[in-house]
Design a binder for this molecule. Structure first.
Ligand SMILES: Cc1cc2nc3c(=O)[nH]c(=O)nc-3n(C[C@H](O)[C@H](O)[C@H](O)COP(=O)(O)OP(=O)(O)OC[C@H]3O[C@@H](n4cnc5c(N)ncnc54)[C@H](O)[C@@H]3O)c2cc1C
Length: 432
């Protein structure tokens, strides 16, 4: 029996329910990834990561390549031909809990269900799709959700399973030569083992940041394995809490319509965002004049990754200090993050911006100067990412103090402006 296996979001061979199913039933699998923009919103950095993983999966399975439908807009037509040419009996697909993805699954069933069976498997989440459909969550109360997740039985840790026979697609790939390739390959080792990922998560970099998010977002490891393995670890609570946040954001993205485009909080839908596109460009390039914001944006561009605190700071700064629409920033993140995950990303942006149904209020505005003082008092991070500041002037404590003083007054003006606009907006719109 031959199966076409749509691997999206679950790029691993170990502890993967679809792979286990194929191996235990003697099924040969033809591996496919659909990167059509209607299904997958991730951009350049994340796609580079995907291609790197596929190289290692190809090596392990002995296929020359994995078939990649990228921005073609015609994957249905091509899958139809493959079913005929490769004598496919079955389509294996993961149940990613996202509206646009459920649409894909239904599209497959409708188009090919009469010719082949379509078998669905869990995706890389703590909850199953059916549970997400039925669960009632109070999005204003993360802690109660977290406590419920802690009481859940996540099952036993699985040993590595057998690998089924893979069918070589023998088709030239439709890949781009990613401009991210040269810089990212110096920084990231994409094809590390499951044990190494667990190690990173539970021990090594824990005190700073584990940086395991790209491994999770591409499904190189099952989040349930991290959850189980963290039990009894000194960082147990922190890891579980973070994984529960991920699940919480998946849930909100699944339950609320079009969260990548439309403010959940309807009242924000006609907010007077700024139209100064030059401010957006300045933010993207890391040239705002606020060193911590700029350093973070330069790190993002160089590495495809920044930590959670910096993500919060730069997103808050764009939306509230520069008053640029939240989705502009969110789309920039989708393009630049190696861990780009639309469920987490768009929910987080709405959460920070105050536009999500459950979120921080708009009037809570981070002070980038205070954060710089707290997070980087000696200026080491800033000097690393903004070489212009790595000079004698910046090394003088007095000069640093003056720069921060100036920026504090700029921030204070921006904050006042944002609060005034917000207040006028509330008085004119919300009260109506
Ligand atoms: C505006 C904004 C956009 C974001 N976009 C993304 C995104 O596209 N993809 C993505 O994976 N994360 C995103 N995050 C969440 C978070 O910043 C990253 O997951 C985290 O920085 C990854 O670092 P780590 O692997 O060292 O995390 P750890 O501290 O080791 O946490 C373990 C794992 O838990 C999950 N996690 C941790 N913190 C959060 C959080 N606050 N929310 C949701 N999940 C979390 C991640 O999968 C992470 O790898 C975003 C956060 C913000 C504020």
């Amino acid at each position: 029996m031959n199966s076409l296996y749509i691997m999206n979001g679950n790029l691993r061979l170990d502890n993967n329910p679809a792979v286990e199913y194929a191996a235990s039933h003697g099924i040969k699998v033809l591996p496919v990834i659909i990167m059509d923009a209607r299904i997958d919103l991730s951009g350049g950095a994340s796609r580079w990561w995907t291609e790197e993983i596929l190289k290692s999966i190809s090596k392990r399975t002995g296929v020359s390549d994995i078939l990649f439908f990228m921005d073609l807009g015609e994957y249905m037509h091509r899958i139809n031909s493959m079913i005929r040419e490769k004598k496919i009996d079955e389509i294996l697909i993961h149940n990613i809990p996202r509206k646009r993805y459920t649409f894909l699954v239904n599209e497959m069933i409708e188009a090919f269900g009469s010719k082949v069976s379509v078998k669905k498997f869990d995706s890389n989440n703590l909850l199953k799709l059916e549970e997400m459909e039925n669960i009632n969550v109070n999005f204003n109360n993360f802690n109660s959700f977290f406590q419920k997740m802690k009481k859940r039985d996540m099952g036993k840790m699985n040993e590595s399973s057998d690998i089924p026979e893979f069918i070589d697609p023998e088709i030239n790939q439709l890949r781009r030569n990613s401009p991210w390739k040269e810089k990212l390959k110096k920084i990231w080792n994409v094809s590390i083992s499951k044990d190494d990922i667990l190690n990173k998560s539970l021990k090594d970099g824990r005190k700073n940041n584990s940086r395991i998010s790209p491994f999770i977002s591409h499904g190189q490891i099952d989040v349930k394995d991290i959850w189980k393995e963290s039990q009894g670890n000194e960082f147990e609570d922190e890891i579980m809490r973070n994984l529960a946040w991920r699940e919480f954001f998946y849930l909100s993205y699944f339950k609320k319509e079009n969260m990548d485009r439309i403010e959940v909080n309807e009242k924000f839908r006609n907010f007077p965002w700024s139209t100064r596109s030059e401010d957006f460009l300045t933010w993207k390039a890391g040239n705002t004049g606020f060193p911590l914001i700029d350093g973070a944006m330069k790190q993002l561009w160089a590495e495809g990754w920044i930590n959670n605190r910096l993500r919060m700071l730069v997103s808050d700064f764009l939306v509230k200090c520069l008053l640029i629409r939240w989705d502009f920033g969110a789309n920039w993140f989708m393009d630049t993050l190696v861990d780009a995950d639309e469920s987490v990303n768009f929910s987080s942006w709405q959460y920070i911006s105050g536009t999500g149904g459950f979120s921080w209020p708009f009037f809570r505005i981070f002070n980038p100067v205070k954060n710089e003082n707290d997070l980087d008092p000696e200026g080491n991070y800033i000097r690393k990412w903004i070489p212009e500041l790595n000079n004698d002037v910046w090394k003088e404590a007095e000069n640093i103090k003056n720069m921060r003083k100036n920026n504090l007054s700029k921030y204070s003006d921006m904050r006042k402006r944002a609060l005034k606009i917000y207040e006028d907006f509330i008085n004119n719109n919300l009260g109506a």
